[in-house]
Design a protein around this ligand. Structure first.
Ligand SMILES: [Cu+2]
Length: 223
């Protein structure tokens, strides 16, 4: 069995591009050039209180195709009723020096802003209020120790083990949702300064993360 991360914008598969083509809730026309992030504490849970940790930390780079699948392995054969993970790094994993090699080490978060690592580097371009095509960077992290990581938990029904097929569980990441619900995030407010040193912006993005992820229906892929 494996988990597959499907990056979407609404109903469309995300296309990495430089030319703004998507429209967010604030009406910004935007493009995603780079999307890099960490998940942590990825755990399957069963009805009888068993749990299986799939990864303590997991790095994703959409543009480079890194980390788009999370293998479950043979010990994952069985029945599971819940999947939980953290978007970003849970505090126990967000420690200075935790990652010694690239690409993970390149996610380092400035010591002066609390240290540890970026939870996400979401970079792209958009058309600003002056009608200029400009770059933006939404960099999320535990600014000065802020609890901006997002624990997620999903009920599911997985019965695996007997089938000839590979069981595949899609995890959908809807990029548009970073910009909405409960807070409308307008890139005009942030593209000049970024958000790294802005606790209000970190909170806005953190709150919006609650429904960015969803779990799809299990698929069987013939071997
Ligand atoms: Cu940054």
């Amino acid at each position: 069995m494996l988990l597959r991360l499907d990056h979407m914008v609404g109903d469309e598969a995300l296309t990495i591009a430089t030319q703004p083509q998507y429209t967010n809730a604030a009406g910004n026309t935007y493009a995603v050039e780079h999307l890099r992030y960490f998940l942590s504490d990825i755990v399957l849970h069963s009805a009888d209180q068993q749990s299986l940790t799939l990864a303590d930390t997991h790095y994703v780079d959409v543009e480079e195709g890194i980390g788009l699948e999370i293998p479950v392995g043979e010990e994952g054969e069985g029945s599971w009723t819940q999947l939980s993970f953290v978007f970003g790094l849970s505090p126990q994993h967000n420690t200075d020096g935790a990652f010694e090699s690239n690409p993970e080490a390149l996610m380092v978060w400035p010591e002066l802003m609390g240290g540890g690592y970026h939870f996400m580097k979401f970079e792209g371009r958009f058309i600003n209020d002056d009608n200029d095509n400009v770059g933006f960077a939404l960099h999320a992290g535990a600014l000065n120790g802020g609890e901006y990581h997002s624990p997620m938990s999903y009920d599911l029904v997985i019965e695996s083990g007997s089938t000839e097929a590979v069981m595949l569980l899609p995890i959908i990441i809807d990029i548009d949702r970073f910009f909405e619900e409960p807070n409308e995030l307008d890139l005009n407010d942030y593209y000049l300064t970024g958000i790294m040193n802005d606790p209000v912006a970190q909170l806005i993005l953190h709150e919006n993360c609650h429904d960015v992820f969803s779990v799809g229906s299990i698929e069987e892929v013939p071997q």
